[in-house]
Write a protein that binds this ligand. Structure first.
Ligand SMILES: Cc1cc2nc3c(=O)[nH]c(=O)nc-3n(C[C@H](O)[C@H](O)[C@H](O)COP(=O)(O)OP(=O)(O)OC[C@H]3O[C@@H](n4cnc5c(N)ncnc54)[C@H](O)[C@@H]3O)c2cc1C
Length: 333
């Protein structure tokens, strides 16, 4: 379809309590810049139930307008209800481009909506840019097993859509007073083909907020065993850090997948990332591009992680970490 406006939309996914998920608020940050380059407004789109706090958050994080669809049928995410509402909104307003967080639901919703609208979608982006010459967004994502970064464009169809990984961008609360537009869109119950009966968190009640963590202590194959992670936990407890892991450590069964950092894990942007026994494969580095400071502990001085690290310690992590922990405790005392 033809774009009717120059606006850029950001889909703000909500939690079960109606609050905004971080990723949508993060996307409003680059969204502001890109909307400016497009010459349009930044519009947050919220579909859910009892979403007053999400509306406030979207306004606070820089949206010029917030389009809201509220109703009982949106209390829990379903492909049918959400696709129906989002497609109806796009058809009415005709935005030029749209960003959706690469969460489980976002990865479900984005492709369904793009297919319904007959437009393109770049999935799982890790960076965004703008071509003034072509007047389109440049969507970049890892390709070929993460061995290269591919920049994908959608020049002939609208809206240009991309899903973007949580944690790639930082939230930027700028304050604001967005115009709120309410749309009354309802779906007949028999048109929703799936019913969410219960949401069961992986690993019992454990929730791993790596994307929001300020400090991460992360372990790889070099940790050696599941018990080896106890050394990392001791340091993490002292620092108030979250535990991360490489895919090798996850594949070995030492840590649950929820802790995996990297291309097929989570993208993180902590202030401090301590990589212990991690070699620094490109697929792992793809997840830590937003880290402010990387400290690497590895017994191999040639390990590629040292090319990314701001500080490096060559040594056995099981010797280095206890010393580091003692020094931190002493400094704090
Ligand atoms: C499509 C695809 C997607 C992928 N996605 C991801 C992903 O999301 N995340 C991810 O991490 N990987 C991912 N990988 C895997 C990635 O290519 C690497 O295989 C993986 O990151 C290696 O993990 P590692 O660094 O823990 O292990 P290794 O590469 O085996 O490195 C272990 C390191 O530990 C060091 N070491 C050993 N013992 C000690 C010790 N006692 N003290 C200190 N250092 C020690 C060694 O010197 C070595 O550098 C992906 C691969 C593919 C093909």
């Amino acid at each position: 379809m033809e774009a009717k406006t120059k606006d850029l939309w950001v889909f703000i996914e909500t939690n079960e309590d109606g609050s905004a998920k971080n990723v949508g608020l993060e996307l409003l940050n680059p969204g502001k810049t890109l909307a400016g380059k497009q010459g349009g407004s930044l519009v947050a789109v919220i579909i859910g139930n009892n979403v007053a706090s999400a509306i406030d958050a979207a306004s606070e994080h820089g949206a010029d307008k917030v389009i809201v669809v509220e109703g009982e049928e949106y209390a829990k995410y379903t492909t049918d209800a959400y696709t129906n509402a989002l497609v109806a909104l796009v058809e009415k307003y005709g935005p030029k481009s749209m960003m959706i967080g690469s969460t489980n639901n976002g990865r479900d919703l984005g492709p369904r909506v793009s297919c319904r609208l007959g437009t393109g979608l770049t999935a799982d982006c890790t960076s965004l840019d703008y071509s003034d010459e072509k007047d389109i967004i440049l969507w970049t994502r890892p390709a070929f097993g993460g061995n290269l970064m591919a920049t994908i464009i959608c020049p002939d169809h609208h809206p240009e859509i991309g899903t973007i990984r949580p944690g790639v961008f930082k939230k930027n609360p700028v304050g604001g007073n967005a115009e709120v537009i309410r749309e009354d869109i309802h779906v007949a119950a028999d048109q929703i083909r799936t019913q969410v009966l219960e949401i069961i968190n992986e690993m019992g009640a454990e929730k791993v907020d790596l994307e929001g963590a300020e400090i991460i202590v992360s372990g790889g194959r070099g940790v050696g065993s599941a018990e080896g992670f106890d050394t990392l936990r001791a340091l993490a407890n002292e620092l108030g850090a979250t535990i991360g892991a490489s895919r090798a450590a996850v594949d070995a069964g030492w840590m649950p997948h929820a802790h995996q950092v990297g291309q097929t894990g989570k993208t993180v942007s902590p202030k401090l990332y301590i990589a212990c026994g991690i070699s620094g494969a490109i697929q792992h580095l793809a997840g830590i591009g937003g880290a402010d400071c990387v400290v690497a502990i590895n017994k191999d001085p040639e390990a590629p992680i040292f090319d990314r690290a701001d500080y490096g310690v060559v040594g056995n992590l099981h010797d280095v970490l206890p010393v580091l922990l003692e020094e931190i405790k002493k400094a704090r005392a």
